[in-house]
Design a protein around this ligand. Structure first.
Ligand code: ADP
Ligand code: ZN
Ligand code: ZN
Length: 724
C-alpha cells in the first residue's frame, strides 16, 4: 500500500510513500505521519491511500503514524485541494494555514492527557485502569483516548483538587461533568413579525439547499435570528460555524451567545496560544461538547464532525480575505464551498452586502431575505454632515473637532450617554516634516513615510514595523520639526484637553495588542467605566452597546479618498456600519460626519442609509468597466530586491499573458505601496471575462508564472485571485 502525503512546503506536488506492513492497519486519510524528504524529516497529512505505484521507483517508507486516527476530515482535504486550485497556491501552504502548529508538531497534549499523567504522578500507585490508560497514552502518544471524566472518576478527591488548582481541569463534579451541554437559563426572546417572516424564508431557502443572503439594516435583529437557527441545528445534532471578521467581535458575541448556548460554544482565533487552538480544533472534531464555534477567518479549516450551518456575519467585510501569506483565500467564498462539501447550510448576513453578493442574490444564485426595520422600530440614526471646508473658514473648529461635533459630544455626556468616535489613522501625527527644508522621515525599506507615535516618542512604519526615535531637530538643516495630520493618539490628546474629567478609551492596533486587551477595553466601555471610546475600524464592526447615543466620524475623507475601484464600496460600508453603532436600543441615535467632500453622492447615500442608491451607482460603474461581478479579477505580483529583475520580469510576464489574453491585461504597474521591507513590487491586473473559461485562464496564468520564474531566479511571483 502507498500513500500520498501533503507536506507543509510550497512544493507543487504531494510525494508518495510506501506503507510498511506494521503500519497498514493504522494509516488513514487525514492522519499525521512522519516521513523524510531529502535528508530532512517532516510531519505530513495523508492525502490518499492507493496501490498504484510506478515501476522502477524506490519509494521511501513512512516512518510512523503520529495521530490516533485522522486529524483532518475528508471534507477538509477536499476543501484544501479546492483552495489550492482556486486561489492558485500550493496545498502545503493550505496545510500551514489550516492546522494549529501544536497539533502538526505533535506537541499538543490534551487536558485529558495531562490529567492522566498527573493522576499517575500523584497517586502512589496507579490503579490497574489508570495504568492501562497511561501505558496506552505513552505508547501511542495519542491525544483522544479517554474522556477526562472517565479518568477523573477513578481518581481520588485529593488528586482532583490538585488538578483543579493547577488549572488542568475546571470545577469537576462526578455526578455531572461541567462539560456537558448545559441548558441555558435565559428565556427565549420572542421574534417580531419581521424576524419571524425572515426566519421562515431562510428555512425555506435552506430546504432548497440555497445559500442565503440576509440583508438587514443594522440593529434589525439579525443576530437573534442566527441564534434561533443555531439552536435548530444543535437540536438536529449538528454543529455550527459562526464566522465574524474581527477578533474584537468574538468577545462581545461570546458573552451574548454563551447566555443562550452555555458550554456548547467555543471560540477560535489567532490570539489564542497554540495549545488552546489545538484544544478547540480537537473539540470541534470530536463534536461531543463543541456544538458551535465562533471564530475568525481561519476557523473555516476546523474539521467539524457534523457541520450543519455556517453563518458569515458582516459578509462584506474585507478582513475575510487573507492577504499574506498564501493561501490568499476569502473565508466567505471558501465557506460556500465548505457548505457544498459538507451539506451545511450557509447564511451570510450584512447591512451593506458586497456588490457581488447582492448581485448574486438578486440574480437568483443565492436566496435573498431582507429585514428593513430596526428592532423596536427605532428610526435609523440622524446623520449630520459637517462640511470641514466651510467650518474651518468660519473658524468653527478646535483642532480636528468642529464646534458641532464638540457640542454634541458635550450634550451626550451631560445626558449620561456614551460616545463612539471613529478615526481610521493610528499613531499621533500622520505626517512629519521640516518646514524649512522639506525633509520628511521615510522608511528605509518601504516606499512610505513614517508615522509619529508620541507615547514612546518614536517614528514607525506601518508596513514593515520598523521603529526609530523621533529626532529632536531636523536631521538635515537642524530646524524645528512640524508634525501634521492626526492619528488616534492625537485625537485622544485633544479630547483629554477638551473634556478633562471624562474618561476615554482608545481601541486601535497599538492599544489592543495583548490577548485580553480587546476584552478589557470593550468590557470597560460596556460597564460604563468610560464615556468615550475612540478607535479605528475596530470600533465600527458590529459592536452592540445600548448606551451609545452619538457616533462621531472625525474625518470621513480618509476613507473616501482612497484610489481604488472598491473604495466607494468600502467607504459606504464602513461609514454605514460606524453609524449603526448608536441608538440601538433606547432611542434614535445621532451621527456626526466631518468631511470636506460634503457634495459627493456617497455622503448622501450614508445620510439616507440608502443601500439601493449606492448599489445602483456601483453596479452601473462595474458593468461599464467590466469589473466584478461582470468579470473575474486576478492580481499578479512580482517581488524582489533587485529592481531591474523585478521590472523586466514583470514586463515579460505581462507580454506573455497579453498574447493569450489580449485586452485583459493591465500593467505591470506600481501598487499603492511599491516597496515593502526592501522588496520592490510590481503588479499586473488580469481581468477574466465571462466568455472565457476561468480554470483554463488560471492554468495559463500558472504556466506563464512558471515560465517567468524559470528565466529569473531572484524574484517571487504569485497570483491573488478575487483581490479586494
Ligand atoms: P443586528 O444583528 O441586526 O445588528 P441585533 O440582533 O443585535 O441586530 O439586535 C439589535 C438589538 O435588539 C439587540 O440589542 C437585541 O438584543 C435586540 N433584539 C433584537 N430582536 C429582539 C427580540 N425579538 N426580542 C428582544 N430583543 C431583541
Ligand atoms: Zn530641515
Ligand atoms: Zn517599512
Amino acid at each position: 500500500m502507498y500513500i500520498d502525503v501533503i507536506l507543509p512546503l510550497a512544493v507543487p506536488k504531494c510525494y508518495t510513500y510506501l506503507v510498511p506492513e506494521a503500519l497498514s492497519a493504522v494509516v488513514r486519510q487525514g492522519a499525521l505521519v512522519r516521513v523524510t524528504l531529502g535528508r530532512k524529516f517532516y510531519n505530513g497529512i495523508v492525502l490518499r491511500l492507493h496501490d498504484d505505484a510506478e515501476e522502477g521507483i524506490n519509494y521511501k517508507p513512512v516512518l510512523g503514524v503520529l495521530s490516533n486516527g485522522p486529524i483532518v476530515s475528508g471534507e477538509q482535504i477536499e476543501l484544501w485541494q479546492w483552495i489550492a486550485k482556486y486561489y492558485m497556491c500550493k496545498i502545503g501552504d493550505v496545510l500551514k494555514a489550516a492546522i494549529p502548529t501544536a497539533l502538526y508538531n505533535n506537541s499538543y497534549r490534551s487536558r485529558t492527557f495531562i490529567a492522566v499523567r498527573l493522576l499517575s504522578g500523584y497517586e502512589h500507585k496507579p490503579t490497574a485502569k489508570q495504568q492501562c490508560l497511561i501505558d496506552f497514552l505513552e505508547r501511542e502518544s495519542c491525544q483522544r483516548v479517554v474522556s477526562l471524566s472517565e479518568a477523573l472518576e477513578v481518581a481520588s478527591a485529593a488528586v482532583v483538587n490538585l488538578l483543579e488548582k493547577k488549572g488542568v481541569i475546571e470545577k469537576f463534579t462526578a455526578e455531572k461533568s461541567r462539560f456537558s451541554y448545559n441548558e441555558p437559563i435565559v428565556k427565549e426572546s420572542s421574534f417580531t413579525d419581521a424576524q419571524q417572516r425572515a426566519y421562515d424564508e431562510i428555512k425555506q431557502l435552506f430546504a432548497q439547499s440555497k445559500p442565503v443572503l440576509l440583508k438587514g439594516v443594522t440593529s434589525s435583529g439579525k443576530t437573534e435570528i442566527y441564534v434561533k437557527l443555531i439552536k435548530d441545528a444543535i437540536a438536529q445534532g449538528r454543529q455550527v460555524l459562526y464566522l465574524v471578521p474581527e477578533i474584537a467581535l468574538t468577545t462581545q458575541l461570546k458573552a451574548r451567545l454563551e447566555r443562550v448556548l452555555g458550554d456548547a460554544l467555543f471560540v477560535y482565533h489567532s490570539k489564542f496560544n497554540e495549545q488552546e487552538r489545538a484544544e478547540v480544533y480537537n473539540e470541534a472534531m470530536e463534536g461531543e461538547r463543541c456544538k458551535v464555534v465562533l471564530g475568525v477567518r481561519s476557523s473555516i479549516f476546523l474539521s467539524f464532525k457534523n457541520l450543519g450551518l455556517i453563518i458569515i456575519d458582516e459578509q462584506h467585510d474585507l478582513s475575510y480575505k487573507q492577504q499574506e501569506p498564501a493561501p490568499r483565500y476569502h473565508a466567505g467564498n471558501t465557506a460556500l464551498m465548505l457548505g457544498k462539501l459538507t451539506g451545511a447550510n450557509v447564511l451570510m448576513g450584512s447591512a451593506s452586502p458586497s456588490v457581488e453578493a447582492y448581485y448574486n442574490a438578486l440574480t437568483g444564485r443565492w436566496g435573498l431575505v431582507e429585514l428593513n426595520s430596526r428592532y423596536g422600530d427605532i428610526e435609523p440614526p440622524e446623520v449630520t454632515v459637517v462640511d470641514m471646508v466651510t467650518e474651518r473658514r468660519k473658524r468653527k473648529f478646535v483642532e480636528m473637532f468642529s464646534w458641532v461635533l464638540r457640542d454634541k459630544i458635550k450634550a451626550a455626556l451631560e445626558r449620561g450617554e456614551q460616545v463612539i468616535l471613529f478615526h481610521n489613522r493610528r499613531g499621533h501625527s500622520t505626517s512629519v516634516c521640516c518646514p524649512s527644508c522639506g525633509w520628511t522621515p521615510r522608511c528605509g525599506s518601504c516606499s512610505v513615510t513614517l508615522t509619529y507615535h508620541k507615547a514612546g516618542e518614536y517614528l514607525s512604519c506601518h508596513y514593515c514595523g520598523h521603529k526609530e526615535p523621533m529626532p529632536l531637530f531636523c536631521p538635515v538643516c537642524g530646524g524645528d520639526i512640524d508634525t501634521r495630520g492626526y492619528g488616534t493618539e492625537r485625537v485622544e490628546e485633544v479630547l483629554h484637553n477638551m473634556f478633562p474629567d471624562v474618561s476615554i478609551l482608545r481601541l486601535d492596533l497599538d492599544s489592543a495588542s495583548g490577548k485580553n486587551s480587546y476584552e478589557r477595553i470593550l468590557g470597560d466601555f460596556a460597564d460604563g467605566k468610560a464615556q468615550i471610546m475612540l478607535g479605528t475600524q475596530m470600533v465600527s464592526k458590529g459592536l452592540d452597546f445600548s448606551n451609545v447615543s452619538l457616533v462621531g466620524i472625525i474625518n470621513a475623507d480618509t476613507l473616501i479618498d482612497y484610489p481604488d475601484f472598491r473604495s466607494s464600496e468600502q467607504s459606504f460600508q464602513t461609514l454605514l456600519q460606524v453609524a449603526g453603532r448608536c441608538g440601538r436600543k433606547l432611542r434614535r441615535g445621532e451621527v456626526v460626519m466631518q468631511t470636506s467632500h460634503a457634495s459627493y453622492p456617497i455622503v448622501q447615500q450614508v445620510v439616507n442609509s440608502d443601500y439601493q442608491a449606492f448599489y445602483d451607482e456601483q453596479i452601473a460603474v462595474r458593468r461599464a468597466l467590466s469589473y466584478p461581478p461582470f468579470s473575474r479579477m486576478a492580481f499578479i505580483y512580482v517581488k524582489g530586491k533587485n529592481l531591474n529583475a523585478v521590472s523586466s520580469s514583470a514586463q515579460m510576464l505581462a507580454s506573455v499573458l497579453g498574447k493569450k489574453m489580449p485586452g485583459c491585461i493591465l500593467g505591470p504597474g506600481m501598487p499603492p505601496v511599491a516597496k515593502i521591507s526592501d522588496y520592490n513590487i510590481r503588479r499586473i491586473v488580469v481581468k477574466i471575462m465571462p466568455s472565457v473559461s476561468i480554470s483554463e485562464s488560471k492554468a495559463f496564468i500558472g504556466y506563464a508564472i512558471k515560465e517567468t520564474l524559470r528565466n529569473y531566479g531572484s524574484i517571487t511571483v504569485y497570483a491573488d485571485i478575487d483581490p479586494v
